[in-house]
Design a protein around this ligand. Structure first.
Ligand code: NAD
Length: 233
């Protein structure tokens, strides 16, 4: 199956990718993520207003993540590294792609298991266990915050991500409603002649591009994708 240089397969994944691992998406639940109104806990305003609430929200997400496992979809993408140079751009803050064995994972919206300084965004730390507490400080002596991109904040890695999309030979979108920008705009950087597969159990609006729609959940959808890709190789 492998001949010469491997093709670049670029994946853009969203919350639906991890749904079968037990992490709920929030769009599907009318703007709520678990019992929280996400816009009220995932913003700088929320952090300034009520740090305890924001820390608690992410601590709970982190606690839950430690109990979750990658699903068949995550493992399928890791398996594709046998045949392609796979780069995953994910909007998810969980680490399930990494735990499934994917080696190139690029987090657009940060990582739940990391904290960063509130004065220097380059000071990033692994969180040991599930808890980030008030009083946990960076080496410059200031409070640490979750290493996630909040609503209203810029996505610092978006340019690098758009470059990755430009290099795609095959592009795959999984489990994202393509509602959150700038991530949703990444599809526009994929060269025109490149096939785009979209895996989602629900219709997703992609006005700018034709896509090959695999109307399935991530687990079965990735299985079907692998079958298709094996046939075209
Ligand atoms: P979204 O909630 O807007 O959309 C989820 C998409 O996944 C929908 O199109 C839905 O039809 C689809 N979906 C539902 N179940 C699925 C399944 N089993 N398999 C495949 N697809 C399925 O998610 P989004 O577009 O990623 O945007 C939401 C934002 O929320 C992102 O910025 C993300 O960072 C954040 N978020 C992250 C996580 C996580 O890290 N796991 C979870 C929830 C939200």
């Amino acid at each position: 199956m492998k001949t010469g240089k491997m093709k670049n397969l670029v994946v853009l994944s969203g919350a639906g990718m991890s749904a079968e691992s037990g992490i709920r998406t929030f769009r599907d639940m009318g703007g709520l993520w678990e019992e929280y109104d996400v816009t009220e806990v995932a913003s700088l305003q929320a952090w300034e207003k009520d740090r305890d609430l924001v820390l608690r929200f992410y601590n709970e997400r982190r606690k839950q993540l430690l109990l979750c496992k990658p699903n068949k979809g995550h493992y399928g993408l890791a398996e594709l590294e046998k045949y392609f140079k796979v780069t995953i751009i994910t909007q998810n803050v969980d680490d399930l792609h990494e735990r499934a064995g994917s080696s190139e994972v690029f987090h657009l919206h940060g990582e739940l298991k990391k904290a960063r300084s509130t004065v220097d965004e380059n000071l990033i730390y692994d969180i040991d266990g599930w808890e980030l507490k008030k009083g946990d400080k960076c080496e410059r002596g200031l409070q640490l915050r979750p290493h996630v991109v909040w609503f209203g904040e810029a996505v610092p890695t978006i340019e690098k991500a758009s470059e990755i999309c430009r290099t795609a030979d095959i592009f795959v979108v999984i489990g994202t409603s393509l509602n959150v920008y700038p991530a949703a705009g990444l599809i526009n950087y994929v060269p025109q002649n490149i096939p785009i597969f979209l895996i989602d159990p629900n219709e997703v609006n992609t006005p700018s591009r034709d896509v090959k729609f695999i109307k399935e959940k991530a687990g079965v959808g990735v299985e079907k994708l692998i079958d298709i890709l094996k046939r075209v190789k």
